[in-house]
Design a protein around this ligand. Structure first.
Ligand SMILES: [Zn+2]
Length: 110
């Protein structure tokens, strides 16, 4: 049986540094558990770009673009508008690898 990880951040170097693991090892571990595809979720324009780059360079990887609600708490409306326009442009330009818009809900964990 093949699984798809529908929400991961393995494209983000902060993730691999935090857990002291390489992307290759993550993919190997995932494959041994039957996970063959990944949807890498960006949380702002920069990490959405990283998710796209990851998707273009790793088989079975796709990108979900987003601006997480936590990322907009301390920025201006103009900056947020610019981020949304960039995310929209990225989605249009990379439609073969961008398959979702994510992080749209409100988190109540903090
Ligand atoms: Zn997430």
């Amino acid at each position: 049986m093949n699984f798809i990880d529908t929400h991961c951040h393995i494209h983000d170097p902060e993730f691999t540094q935090k857990y002291d693991i390489s992307v290759n090892q993550i993919i190997i571990n995932a494959a041994s558990a039957g996970v063959s595809q990944f949807i890498c979720v960006g949380t702002d324009a920069k990490s959405s770009q990283q998710a796209i780059e990851f998707a273009h360079t790793h088989n079975g990887a796709y990108a979900s673009l987003a601006i997480h609600p936590h990322e907009v708490a301390d920025v201006t409306d103009e900056l947020i508008d610019g981020e949304f326009k960039l995310v929209e442009q990225l989605a249009r330009e990379n439609h073969k690898k961008v398959i979702a818009i994510g992080e749209c809900g409100l988190d109540y964990f903090s």
